[in-house]
Write a protein that binds this ligand. Structure first.
Ligand code: CA2
Length: 143
């Protein structure tokens, strides 16, 4: 099984600012956790981060008939991007939405998720563990 993990804008800044919300570990730490988990559960993983909506759409399109599952934290695009929603629908790959923080307990606008209209499962508020939970979920259900 091959899983594509996508992180959206500013998540490359993890650990640098707002440690009270997003923790003090870095994006590199997150990548190594995900890679370790992938080995442990016997899946291959590709990690992708971009600050650009179109690049995320391109990456999702490229994964058509290549990835068996997608784990995506679209960051701010969660709350705005119909383009990312449409790309996910177009490739029709099983998808989990992840948020480091508990988006439903924050500002009102963070409760809106366009990606959530396609993603079959959401893990929010579990910190980095949410990504690992999403990988396990996809492996259990689709491998
Ligand atoms: O909780 C999450 O994972 C979010 O997807 C993170 C997004 C936010 O817009 C979503 O509502 C919830 C923001 C990511 C910004 O990451 C930063 C990292 C370090 C310093 C500042 C921002």
């Amino acid at each position: 099984m091959h899983i594509l993990v996508i992180n959206g804008p500013n998540l490359n800044m993890l650990g640098i600012r707002e440690p009270d919300i997003y923790g003090k570990n870095t994006y590199a730490d997150l990548c190594s956790l995900i890679e370790t988990k992938a080995k442990e559960i016997g899946v291959t993983v590709e990690l992708f981060q971009s600050n650009h909506e179109g690049s995320i759409v391109d990456k999702i399109q490229e994964s058509y008939q290549k990835a068996d599952g997608i784990v995506i934290n679209p960051a701010a695009y969660t709350h705005t991007s119909v383009a990312i929603l449409d790309a996910l629908k177009a490739v029709a790959i099983p998808t989990c939405e992840v948020h480091i923080s508990d988006v439903d307990a924050r500002e009102e606008f963070r409760r809106i998720s366009y990606v959530g209209l396609y993603a079959e499962k959401k893990f929010a508020g579990y910190g980095f563990d949410g990504y690992l939970m999403a990988m396990e979920y996809l492996k259990e259900k689709y491998a």
